[in-house]
Design a protein around this ligand. Structure first.
Ligand SMILES: [Mg+2]
Ligand SMILES: [Zn+2]
Length: 185
C-alpha cells in the first residue's frame, strides 16, 4: 500500500448535519486521533490525499477560496503535530453536473495526473459514505468504511459497511490496520 485517499467530512472532522456544511475553521472539529493517524501514515512513507465533495460551493454557500483557506489552516495545524496531507482535491459542483463528484472518479484521476506514481492497486480509499466506497471500488482500490455518528450518518451506511473491504470506527483504527498490513508486505 502506497497511497491513501481520504474523504474529509466524517473522516478527518466531525460531519455537519445533513444540509449543513463545514465552510470555516470554527466549524471544523477534528475527530479524535486524526493527527496521530496521519503522522503514522506519513512515517510509514504513505502518501495521503484528501478527496472531498463540496456541493456547498455550487449552492453559493461558500467559495473555493474558503475551502482553500480551511485546508491551509488544517495543514498548518497538522504540521505542528508532525502530520501532513499531501494534497487536496475538491469537487465544488452540484449533483449530476460533473465527473468528479464522488462516486465519480474525477478527483482520483486529477490526483494521478499530478502524481503519476499513484496506482489504484496500491491505493486505499477511506470514507464514511457509500459514494466513497463506490468510487474506490470502481477504480479497483481497497476500501475502508468509517462508521460515523448515527446522528449524522447519510443513507446507505449499511450497504457501504457491507461493500467496503473493512470497516472501522475511526481513521486511527484504519491507519493501525494499514500499518499492520504494510508490515506484512
Ligand atoms: Mg464524508
Ligand atoms: Zn465535480
Amino acid at each position: 500500500m502506497r497511497t491513501v485517499f481520504l474523504d474529509r467530512d466524517g473522516v478527518l472532522n466531525r460531519k455537519a448535519p445533513e444540509g449543513e456544511y463545514v465552510s470555516r475553521w470554527d466549524l471544523f472539529h477534528p475527530l479524535p486521533g486524526v493527527a496521530d493517524a496521519l503522522r503514522m501514515l506519513r512515517e510509514a512513507g504513505l502518501r495521503v490525499y484528501v478527496v472531498t465533495n463540496q456541493r456547498g460551493v455550487a449552492l453559493g454557500l461558500y467559495g473555493m477560496e474558503d475551502v482553500e483557506a480551511l485546508h491551509a489552516r488544517m495543514s498548518s495545524e497538522l504540521e505542528s503535530h508532525g502530520a501532513r496531507i499531501d494534497g487536496f482535491f475538491v469537487c465544488p459542483h452540484d449533483r449530476d453536473a460533473c465527473t468528479c463528484r464522488k462516486p465519480g472518479v474525477g478527483l482520483f484521476e486529477q490526483a494521478r495526473a499530478l502524481h503519476p506514481e499513484i496506482a489504484w492497486e496500491t491505493s486505499v480509499m477511506v470514507g464514511d459514505s457509500i459514494s466513497d466506497v463506490e468510487a474506490g471500488a470502481r477504480l479497483g482500490m481497497r476500501t475502508i468504511f468509517i462508521d460515523g455518528d448515527p446522528e449524522t450518518q447519510k443513507p446507505g451506511a449499511a450497504e457501504a459497511r457491507a461493500r467496503a473491504g473493512l470497516f472501522c470506527t475511526s481513521l486511527l483504527e484504519a491507519a493501525s490496520f494499514l500499518m499492520d498490513s504494510k508490515r506484512g508486505e
